[in-house]
Each structure stands twice: as structure tokens, then as C-alpha cells.
Design a protein around this ligand. Structure first.
Ligand code: SF4
Length: 399
């Protein structure tokens, strides 16, 4: 089959399109990328916070918790807009660029992509995603110290401080560990609950305990990294590197790479940290998609194909590597172009279909999702039916 799905009945499951003729991937071969039912299970298993939480933590640079939405601004504006995002007060805009996280969103569920990138609906921060952000911050800033001082004990000790810094930037994270029954409670960095959000009240024992457990989990992830890589022997060329390029087609690709190593020979290694577990080998292609995306961007920017892509899974203590070739990356470029065409088509027509999978359990937008009895917000952009006529905003349902 052209679409790469071996059996049309698979389309009823992960894809959400009820028949082959309705499948927008039929002509572009996206289902062959590994976003099958099995892949979504792997994503669930690999990251408690759901897929994208790792890349959200690192990939948005500023967000992390709830970064699926917070990072959405990267699709509609330049790097300066990354701190904005869902609920930022900016008006809806058509997407102008693609990042690995949002490409993954669209492949998972077009309606989820719409909610995050176009509607910018707010999302709740999660402890798992926030932990990923803190761990990424430690692994980035650890290299500020001289090589001999990059110890596991020192890195563990950085965790509470990085959490406090994140909390200072994003005070809304204070509620992560508050008692679910306490109204509008907030928790300071030490676990105290502030009833009015300004002055810490008496410490809430349960909240403090949850925070302590969460910090210990983050410290364990940081410590595990030392069993996988030796920072005393590494001098990264770049950390948290923002990259952006425009393909000949005009498609803009952007993202943030956790770490770039350059060997004395000039060979480049792209490294990404995952706080979840490694997927089973048969699902590795889906996990490598983000890395190949970055490799393509680096190739276009620097003219050299990165020698190695390396995924470091702190949750399971695995390191997955892949050495890409030019043919690989040209294939990724073709797939991204096809994906972008599908996104542009959906943007123009307003046809963003839900694609229910097991991952819906981590979706913050069930209340707006028809698959769960919800109604999406009025589509905020102009829509164009196939004849090209412009339909005023909010009238998509009349097409
Ligand atoms: S709940 Fe709806 S919008 Fe969210 S991922 Fe599932 S199908 Fe998509």
C-alpha cells in the first residue's frame, strides 16, 4: 500500500481515519514512520507524562511542564516567542514553522495539534514534565563547572536549586504538589503552602512529602546519567542549542538540541536526554524521528551530516545511537514536507480530526474533543473550502 500501513483495518485504531479513502496519509506515506498502535503504546510506556514531555522539557527552552502548549508558540512566531504559548494572551495565528514536538503532535492527533498551536489552549503542568525540565537544566548547567568537579553528588545537589529557579520563573508550578483538596493553594520551594499565594503558610506535611519524593526521583535520574556518560571526559560544543533553518521549499524547521559534541575530527554528535524509558527496539524509528529532524536541520545549517545521534534514556539507563546518512535525511525532509502540506491543508480548511489513541489519557483537551463528547472552540482562522472561497471565521461547520 502506498501509505505504508499493511492492513487498512489498522486505520480504525491509532490513525482515527475510518477508512483508507479518508486517510490523509495515504498519499504521503506517513504511517510508515512508526506511529502505529504499537508505537503509541511504546510512547506511553517510555514516558509517564506521555510522549513529548521530554522534548517539551528541553525542546521549548523555557517551559517544560505543560510545555506541549507552552511550546506551541514556537510554531507561530520566532525564537523570541518561545516563552509565550498557550494562554499567553496572543491571538491565534496560522503555523509558520515546524518543530519535532509539534510534528509529533500532528502525527499523534491533528486536533491536538490545532488545540496547541492554533487555539493555544492552556494545559496543566505535570510533575513528570516538570521533573524533565529540572533534570535537563542540571545536565546543561553541570558543564559550567570544571571537568573534575562534575560529580554525581554535585549534580544531585543542583536539583533543588534548579527547581527553585524554575519555580521563580513559573510560579504556577507551585500548585503541583499542593493537596488536591486545598483551594488555590500554592507551595513554595520548601513545600510550604501559601493560602493567599503571597506569604507561605504553615508547611503542609503531605505537600512537602510529595515534593521531597519528586525531588528524590529527579536526583535519581541525574545520578543514573553518570552511569551512562562521563562528563569529566566531555566538553560539549553547545548545550540547549536553538537551531532554525528554512528548507528550499520555504518550510521552516526549528527546535532546541540538548547537547552537541564535536570531535577533534570535526564529526558532530547530537545528544538528547529522555527522562523516560527506552522504547522496545521495534519502535526505535519513532523515537529517532526527533533526532533525525535535528540532524536534518544541522546538515542544512552547517553543510555536514552529523556523525551520530544519541538518545540517553535516564528512566531505564539505556543509550540508543544511530548514524544517519544523507539518504536518511533526504527521506526525513520529504516526510516533513508532506506533513507540512497536510498541516497547511488542515489550517486552510479547518478540518482537524481527532485521532483517539491510548495517549488520550494524557490529553488535557478531552473537554473540547468530540471523541469525548466535547466541542472544539470556534475555529479562529479563515477557512477555505476546496473551491477556494473564504468562509468567515467561526463558520467552519457550514462548509
Ligand atoms: S483527547 Fe481528542 S484531541 Fe486529545 S489526543 Fe485524544 S483524540 Fe486528540
Amino acid at each position: 500500500m502506498v501509505c505504508g500501513v499493511p492492513r487498512p483495518d489498522l486505520l480504525r485504531g491509532p490513525c482515527g481515519y475510518r477508512g483508507v479513502t479518508a486517510c490523509q496519509w495515504r498519499a504521503v506515506g506517513f504511517c510508515g514512520m512508526g506511529w502505529s498502535a504499537e508505537q503509541t503504546e511504546a510512547g506511553t510506556r517510555g514516558e509517564p507524562g506521555g510522549p513529548g514531555t521530554d522534548t517539551a522539557g528541553a525542546g521549548t527552552g523555557t517551559a517544560g511542564a505543560g510545555a506541549g502548549a507552552a511550546g506551541a508558540a514556537e510554531e507561530t512566531a520566532g525564537p523570541g516567542a518561545q516563552a509565550a504559548g498557550a494562554g499567553s494572551g496572543e491571538g491565534p495565528r496560522a503555523p509558520v514553522a515546524l518543530s519535532p514536538s509539534r510534528a509529533g503532535d500532528f502525527m499523534q492527533c491533528p486536533l491536538l495539534y490545532r488545540f496547541r498551536v492554533i487555539d493555544r489552549l492552556p494545559e496543566k503542568p505535570s510533575p513528570a514534565a516538570t521533573r524533565g525540565t529540572v533534570v535537563h537544566a542540571v545536565l546543561e548547567r553541570l558543564f559550567d563547572a570544571p571537568a573534575a568537579e562534575r560529580t554525581a553528588a554535585g549534580a544531585r545537589a543542583m536539583v533543588p536549586g534548579e527547581w527553585e529557579k524554575l519555580l521563580a520563573k513559573r510560579p504556577e508550578l507551585a500548585g503541583l504538589f499542593a493537596d488536591a483538596t486545598s483551594d488555590a493553594a500554592s507551595v513554595d520551594a520548601g513545600g510550604s503552602v501559601a493560602a493567599d499565594g503571597t506569604a507561605p503558610a504553615a508547611p503542609d506535611g503531605a505537600a512537602a512529602e510529595r515534593l521531597a519524593t519528586w525531588l528524590a526521583e529527579a536526583e535519581a535520574l541525574v545520578e543514573r546519567w553518570f552511569t551512562l556518560e562521563d562528563p569529566t571526559r566531555l566538553e560539549p560544543a553547545d548545550r540547549e542549542l536553538y537551531v532554525e533553518t528554512e528548507l528550499e521549499s520555504g518550510l521552516r524547521l526549528r527546535g532546541i538540541i540538548d547537547r552537541v559534541d564535536v570531535a577533534p575530527t570535526g564529526e558532530v554528535r547530537i545528544v538528547d536526554y529522555k527522562t523516560g524509558k527506552a522504547p522496545r527496539p521495534q519502535f526505535a524509528e519513532g523515537a529517532l524521528f526527533q533526532m533525525k529532524f535535528y540532524a536534518l536541520v544541522m546538515w542544512r545549517l552547517r553543510g555536514v551530516v552529523p556523525r551520530r545521534l544519541q538518545l540517553v534514556y535516564l528512566g531505564s539507563g539505556d543509550v540508543v545511537t544511530y548514524d544517519p546518512g544523507e539518504a536518511d535525511l533526504r527521506g526525513v525532509e520529504r516526510k516533513l514536507l508532506a506533513l507540512w502540506e497536510a498541516i497547511q491543508r488542515a489550517t486552510a480548511t479547518g478540518d482537524w480530526r481527532p485521532r483517539p489513541t491510548k495517549l488520550c489519557g494524557w490529553c488535557d483537551h478531552q473537554a473540547h474533543c468530540p471523541e469525548f463528547g466535547g466541542t472544539p472552540p470556534v475555529y479562529p482562522l479563515e477557512v477555505r473550502p476546496p473551491d477556494g472561497a473564504v468562509v468567515p471565521q467561526g463558520r467552519m461547520e457550514q462548509i
